[in-house]
Each structure stands twice: as C-alpha cells, then as structure tokens.
Design a protein around this ligand. Structure first.
Ligand code: ATP
Ligand code: MG
Length: 345
C-alpha cells in the first residue's frame, strides 16, 4: 500500500546555508473585477508579488481594501461574477484561468485557507476526527480509512491539540474556539499545502489563544517550509510574526517591505494613518487599526491618480497622476509622490 507522504516537505524548506529561498507563489498584475450589477467593482487592481517557501507575508489594510478577494482569486473561491486577469503561478503552474475541476485539485493540496470562524467552517454533526480523515482521503484517495484516521491523529498532535486521541472522537461544540481553530489548521494541512492562508484566522480568539495559534503557524512554517499569508486587521500581529508586510489600499499594494524595515520607516501616508502615529516595533501588541478620517473610495469609481488622495494630508496636484509602486529604497517599495522621508538616510 502506498503510504501517505510525511508532512515534512524537506524540499520546500530553504536551506539556510545555501541561502536563495525558493519562490512558491509568483503573482503578476492580478486584477479582479466583479461585473454583476450596473457598475463593475474593481476589487483588486494590479498587484504583483513573490512569496518564498517558509516565509510569512502579512497583508494589512482597511476593510474592503481587497485583501480577501486577492487571495480567494488564487483558489477559485470567488463567484462567477468575478473576472480575474493577470497571472498567479504556484511552483510555476498558472492558476488564473484554471477550470473548476483543476482548481479543486489546487485547493487543499497546494493552497489551503483558514478563515475567522471555525464554528461555521466545521460540520457540527461530524466528529472532528471524521472531518480530518475525510479531508485526508479527499486529497489522497488511495489511503484507507484506518491509515487516514491514524494520520488525522498525527495532524491533531502536530497542531498541538491537547489529548488528540480523545478529541478525535469529539464534536466541534465540545471544543473551545482555539481548539476548533487548531482543527481547522489540521484540515488545512491535510493535503500538505505549499501555501497556507490565514484570513483573520485568529481575530475571534482571545489574546492568549491568538498568540498560541500564531506560534503554531510560525512553527509549521519553519518545520514544514510552508509559506503563510496572514491577513489581519491586527498590526501588532503582523509586526510580531510576519517576515514581510504588504499594505493594501483600494485593491492595490501601496507599501511593501520586510516587517522590521516597514515598521521602522513607514513612508506611505496611508500606512502612517493606519498606524496612528509614528509606528514602532514597540507598538502595543494586538492594537487594532485606528479609524482613518474619510472613507475608502468607491471601487466602481476610483479617483484619478492616487486612490488615497482624497483622504491624504499630503496630497497635491501631482497626486492626480497615479504613483506606481516602486522600490524606492532597497527592499522597500511604496506608491507615493510625497512619502514621509524624515530621518531617511
Ligand atoms: N462577490 C462580490 N461581488 C461584488 N463585490 C464584492 C464581492 N466580494 C467582495 N466584493 C468587494 O470587493 C472589495 C474587497 O473585498 P475584500 O473582501 O477583499 O475586502 P477585505 O480587505 O478582505 O476586507 P475585510 O477586512 O472587511 O475582510 C469590497 O469592496 C467588497 O465589497
Ligand atoms: Mg477579508
């Protein structure tokens, strides 16, 4: 009988001694427009980035900025009214334009997602063990029930669910919110994905449980070489755990850098506004996004030029011309005509 591949993806983990991390996801000029209704909604407007194995990328931005849509587009998790253009290659394989059947193969096997509400994602009428076993067998049809169940318990141990063997037989309502989220992560790992997306996955949890789940994600990222995309409103979370941060506004990436660089030298007025004042790594953990004056733009009628212009204290006529996202400093890109350069070397 064929045995299930061990969850250790040795080839995915970059070898620190030989440097050059491996790119797993390469997104180029990705656009998503919803065309149902009178006016098209431009939810994602040309984003490009690369994600390396074993790295954690945080995507931050106000509600409606296109964070979820930008990752759902990679997995075929958008309604038919969404038209997707551009390119998203996972280990070289183009995902944009794949038919539903192929996308079903991608979901779980190549990319998995964990959402905010595990109570809604889990089936209340099935034991958690059964649900994980089913997930394993969906991804590995050749595996028998008994072996899949053993593997499910292994996964529950991997996500550090206390008393995994006993919990295996329990139903979702018997578990706490944090435990349910661990189960969701176990399900997400069932197909041994290269990219794991956590879309507000810890938002509903208390601060201590949130930290435990984040530590689990970091551990999986390091141990399995999984690339993680963390979508969060919680800047403290991004600052504490992510390797790299993308700030999204109106469907575009407006600032992008490694976490320590970005939080030390915020350039884009929007990011500055998101962080309230001069952001520092000492920003209290789990601080939520402060409210920024004004409203995000109507995605059916984006302003000419910089989308943040109507709300930006630094805006000038120049901003009627759209600033491109450029790497203005080594490893630090921003789309702004009037960046905060105070203190820049
Ligand atoms: N099915 C849909 N049809 C039309 N518009 C949609 C659809 N799904 C999302 N949108 C729009 O796309 C935009 C981006 O939505 P998205 O869910 O990506 O935002 P988000 O940044 O994840 O916000 P949040 O932080 O609230 O989760 C929003 O304006 C939303 O209304
Ligand atoms: Mg979202």
């Amino acid at each position: 009988m064929r045995t299930l591949p061990e969850p250790t993806v040795a080839d995915a983990a970059p070898d620190a001694s030989t440097a050059e991390p491996r790119t797993v996801l390469s997104v180029e000029n990705l656009r998503v427009t919803f065309t149902r209704g009178a006016r098209p909604v431009h939810a994602v407007n040309g984003i490009s980035y690369e994600l390396q194995a074993g790295r954690m990328l945080a995507i931050i931005g106000e509600s409606g900025s296109g964070k979820s849509v930008s990752v759902r587009a990679l997995m075929g998790l958008l309604p038919p009214s969404a038209s997707i253009t551009g390119s998203a290659r996972l280990d070289g394989r183009e995902l944009v334009g794949l038919d539903e059947r192929s996308l079903r193969g991608v979901r779980g096997n190549d990319i998995s997602v964990v959402f905010q509400d595990p109570a809604r994602s889990l089936n209340p009428t099935m034991s958690v063990g059964h649900q994980i076993t089913e997930a394993i067998r969906t991804h590995h049809r050749e595996i028998g029930k008994k072996e899949a169940a053993e593997r499910a318990i292994e996964l529950l141990r991997m996500v550090r669910l206390p008393a995994a063997e006993r919990r295996f037989h329990e139903y979702p309502h018997q578990l706490s919110g944090g435990m349910r989220q661990r189960v969701m992560i176990a399900i997400a790992l069932a197909g041994n994905p290269k990219v794991l997306i956590a879309d507000e996955a810890t938002t509903a949890l208390d601060v201590t449980t949130q930290a435990q789940i984040m530590e689990l994600l970091v551990d999986l990222q390091e141990r399995l070489g999984t690339a993680v995309i963390l979508i969060s409103h919680d800047l403290g979370l991004a600052a504490s755990y992510a390797d790299e941060v993308h700030v999204m506004y109106a469907g575009r990436i407006v600032e992008q850098a490694d976490t320590d660089v970005l939080f030390r030298n915020v350039r884009m007025p929007y990011t500055k506004a998101l962080l309230g004042a001069i952001p520092q790594l000492s920003t209290p953990p789990h601080s939520l996004l402060p409210v920024i004056g004004g409203h995000p733009p109507d995605l059916s009628a984006l302003p000419v030029g910089c989308s943040f212009r109507p709300r930006c204290p630094r805006a000038t006529e120049k901003c009627e011309e759209r600033p491109e996202l450029i790497e203005a400093e080594s490893g630090h890109s921003y789309a702004c005509w009037h960046p905060h350069l105070e203190g820049a070397k």
